[in-house]
Design a protein around this ligand. Structure first.
Ligand code: UDP
Ligand code: MG
Length: 328
């Protein structure tokens, strides 16, 4: 998309208990954005939007303080913790009415903010999606690296086009954001959906830094749930695989049954109690797996048909900052 006027940029920052790092992050982002405004790369009423995703610490009081001190800062407070994806969707949905482009970035400065001016330059060059891609994973543990590789491999096999080593650091222009908002599912797997939307896209590489302060919000349990969400929300391949395996096993069992019948008719007593027990247990176990996978999809259908809101906003100083401007 080529801009006909100086585009308004909103930087959306999801925050869950990020009070230790916000005093570092806020000035870094504000300096960058102010410089972009002076260079006329972005409109002078561009904003930083902190989305407080149900923090229990001083995150919201800090955000409220920033918004009072400087008009560049705005905030959105969720009524409780809804997760990073919901925080991103909430921030983007709120900002999309007033923004020509949106950049999403983590609060902990692991994503290099110095990439932001380059992202904006790529948007001016006509790209609608600019992915921030990490050029190495040396700051990750061996486990996180290997499990991420495994995840990309599985998603690739399932035919989902993911950008390897790209997380949630990206620029989207307004048309992409509104297309993303049209995806009505309750649990959107954002990094899987965006490549599917099909806008002109490019990548910029950066070195991911260690977290500046605070702790990671992704323990193993949350990471596994995130990976499972990604796989199940994009593909019914697992259920197909179980179906085929079930068919093969049933055919095998049928052949075995025939063989036993023949033995019986010949008058040979069928021995091998253990083999029967083994197959019984095996089939029982297999059925449980199959049922649990079906259950996953049924569960998902259940969640989707409820059409519950993805998040509930408690306070929004972003929208009101523009309402204030208009009434002035
Ligand atoms: N986050 C959030 N809600 C959550 C979990 C995380 O908004 O329920 C935010 C968090 O504040 C941070 C970003 O998502 O800005 C990435 O989280 P984190 O840095 O903990 O993940 P990691 O880098 O360890 O994968
Ligand atoms: Mg982080």
């Amino acid at each position: 998309m080529k801009f006909t006027h100086t585009p308004r940029l909103t930087i959306v920052v999801p925050c869950n208990n990020e009070a230790p790092v916000l005093p570092t992050t806020a000035p870094v982002l504000a300096d960058l954005l102010t410089r972009l405004m002076h260079e006329r790369a972005v409109a002078t009423d561009s904003k930083i939007l902190f989305v407080d995703d149900g923090s229990q610490d001083q995150t919201w009081p800090l955000i409220a303080k920033y918004t009072q001190e400087d008009r560049i800062f705005t905030g959105l407070k969720f009524s409780r913790n809804y997760g990073q994806e919901a925080a991103l969707m909430g921030g983007m949905q709120t900002a999309s009415a007033y923004s020509d482009m949106i950049i999403t970035i983590d609060a902990d400065l692991q994503d290099d903010p110095r990439l932001i001016p380059d992202m904006v330059a790529q948007a001016h060059a006509g790209y609608d999606v600019v992915y921030g891609v990490r050029n190495d994973r040396s700051t990750d543990s061996w486990f996180k690296r290997t499990s991420a590789e495994g995840f990309y491999w599985v998603m690739g096999k399932l035919g989902v086009d993911l950008i390897p080593n790209h997380s949630d650091f990206r620029l989207l222009t307004q048309p992409v954001v509104s297309a993303l908002m049209d995806c009505q599912e309750r649990k959107p797997f954002i990094r899987g959906i965006i490549p599917q939307l099909g806008f002109p896209a490019t990548k910029l590489y950066y070195k991911r830094q260690p977290r500046q302060a605070g702790v990671s919000k992704y323990p193993l349990r949350k990471m596994l749930r995130f990976a499972l969400d990604g796989i199940l929300s994009f593909s019914i391949a697992p259920i197909r695989a179980v179906l085929y395996a079930g068919l093969v096993i049933c055919t095998g069992a049928l052949v075995m049954l025939l063989w036993i019948l023949v033995q019986h008719l010949r008058g040979t007593v069928v021995t091998g109690w253990s083999s029967i027990m083994a197959s019984l247990w095996f089939l029982g176990g297999f059925q449980l797996i199959a049922i649990s996978i079906i259950g996953e999809y049924v569960g998902r259908t259940f969640t989707e048909v409820k059409h519950r809101p993805r998040f509930i906003i408690q306070t929004d100083t972003y929208t009101s900052s523009f309402a204030r401007q208009q009434s002035q």
